[in-house]
Design a protein. Structure first.
Length: 504
């Protein structure tokens, strides 16, 4: 058998192996090289899988039985167009963030913890990739716990003491969410006698209206919504993103909540089916209103934040509202809008938080801990850090949905889905909520470009090239995927077409 046959297994194994090696060697520099190499290898593997899936017919997939135990008896890895797109996002973001991480880690994390940081990063990456690729319900939970437990440690490693409190709060809410998820999976196993998602979907049709199945749907919806920070279950996210080390925030904002959305899509469309989720229950209406609350309440709250990281943390909650809004339409265009915004927002937020990390490094005094990126410290900074500030503005334009950026594609398909569903008033809601994004981005523009620095805050140098280059690759991605949509939107439309048809 060729190496290409084993790409699904290598997708998880490569970053997973780098983590224990980093712990055994206990050297920050060596751990950085090992885990970064593992992430780039995972990205190359994801590219290979995406190319393989692209050669298949629409709706076809790659099945990889672990240990040659045929599904549904054994554990199966399954890769279709949606899976391959999410694998590309997660592994690509990990590779770029790790490449940019060295300068930030040196300043934001105690030296004796560097090897532990990289080990936890490798575990978190392996967990997120495992969630995405596995076709076994219990393994979804196992990999979810691997990624969650490692992310709690990553957040707590920050020098700011508030990072520990943020990690604890995330741990409590994340544990509640994981408990709900495993209870939901338990109910499904009780009723179907299988953990293979495809086999579960085949058996659930005859019992979809039974109380245990409905309870499973409820538990999974609430548990996954906690993980993806759907309003009002988002309370863990602002502090976690604000006080975590900058590269941790960049990685989690770009990947963790997106993988949770992916899991929700899988259970809704591939396991329970559209007839139960969208026709027999009021879930679409509930999700629509919660999405609107997220789009407006979180974006409005972002406007009044004095910390730039916290501002964009609340922005993430608002942007998740656009993703779940697309799910509520139960249409190809609506689901495609959710999938493509999952991808586009991941790239934009990864770029933003990496560049904010560059701002923090730029305004830090030599030998001192990096300060918080409060607006009084950012006044006039565009003159001294022009590339960093320009990158933040361009990535912010994608959040607004300006034509020519990736965010415009997402919102355009949301508008199409709203019109198709006979709800033209939602077009106004999408446009009005985008005005709030203009307001909070303008706060940064006004401070960085139009104000003079406050006394004592005149210092500031451009972010290190090791951080700027990966960040600007992501900024360029927000433009590229706004102009050439063959990979992002093309994959999203193909995946949505397969999922929506398969659920009917």
């Amino acid at each position: 058998m060729s190496l290409a046959t084993h790409l699904p297994a290598l997708q998880v194994v490569l970053p997973l192996l780098s983590a224990p090696l980093a712990v055994l060697l206990r050297h920050g520099g060596v751990a950085f090289v090992l885990v970064t190499a593992g992430a780039w290898a995972a990205f190359a593997t994801a590219i290979g899988l995406w190319l393989q899936v692209g050669q298949l017919e629409q709706g076809a997939f790659i099945s990889y039985p672990i240990g040659s135990w045929a599904p549904p008896w054994g554990i199966e890895y399954r890769v279709d167009r949606l899976t391959s797109l999410v694998l590309l996002l997660v592994s690509g973001m990990a590779a770029l963030v790790l490449t940019a991480s060295r300068a930030s880690v040196e300043r934001e994390i105690p030296r004796e913890s560097h090897y532990l940081f990289y080990a936890m990063f490798g575990l978190c990456l392996a967990g997120l990739l495992g969630i995405t690729i596995t076709a076994d319900a219990f393994n979804v939970f196992v990999f979810l716990e691997i990624s969650s437990l490692s992310s709690y440690v990553l957040i707590a490693l920050g020098r700011d003491r508030r990072a520990l409190a943020a990690a604890y709060r995330y741990l409590i809410m994340g544990t509640i969410g994981a408990t709900f998820i495993v209870i939901g999976i338990g109910f499904l196993y009780l009723m179907t006698g299988t953990l293979n998602l495809a086999d579960m979907a085949a058996r659930i049709g005859a019992i979809e209206s039974s109380r245990p199945v409905l309870a499973a749907l409820a538990f999974l919806t609430v548990g996954i919504s906690l993980k993806l920070a759907l309003f009002p279950l988002h309370q863990w996210l602002p502090n976690a993103y604000t006080y975590a080390p900058s590269v941790v925030t960049a990685f989690l904002a770009a990947t963790a909540t997106k993988v949770s959305v992916y899991v929700l899509i899988r259970f809704y469309f591939s396991v329970f089916g559209e007839s139960l989720v969208f026709d027999k229950l009021p879930l679409p209406q509930i999700m629509l209103w919660l999405s609107l609350f997220a789009m407006f309440a979180a974006s409005f709250t972002a406007i009044f934040q004095d910390n730039l990281k916290r501002l964009f943390a609340y922005s993430s909650v608002g942007q998740m509202g656009y993703i779940t809004l697309g799910l509520s339409f139960d249409s190809v265009n609506g689901l495609a809008a959710s999938i493509v915004h999952l991808f586009n927002h991941g790239i934009a937020k990864g770029a933003l938080f990496l560049l904010i990390g560059g701002l923090v490094l730029g305004i830090a005094k030599p030998g001192s801990a990096p300060p918080t990126p409060s607006f009084d410290r950012l006044a006039g900074l565009a003159k001294r850090m022009p590339l960093t500030c320009l990158g933040i503005v361009i990535a912010g334009l994608s959040l607004i949905g300006v034509p020519g950026t990736a965010g415009f594609i997402s919102k355009w398909y949301l508008i199409l889905a709203a019109l198709e569903s006979g709800q033209p008033w939602l077009v106004g809601a999408v446009l009005l909520s985008s005005l709030l994004a203009i307001a909070y981005l303008w706060r940064f523009v006004e401070v960085a470009y139009l104000r003079s620095p406050a006394p004592g805050h005149e210092a500031g140098t451009e972010a290190p090239h090791s951080l700027l280059i990966p960040a600007w690759l992501l900024v360029a991605g927000t433009i590229w995927f706004g102009l050439d949509t063959s990979l992002s939107l093309g994959s999203a439309l193909e995946a949505a077409g397969s999922l929506v048809r398969s659920g009917r």
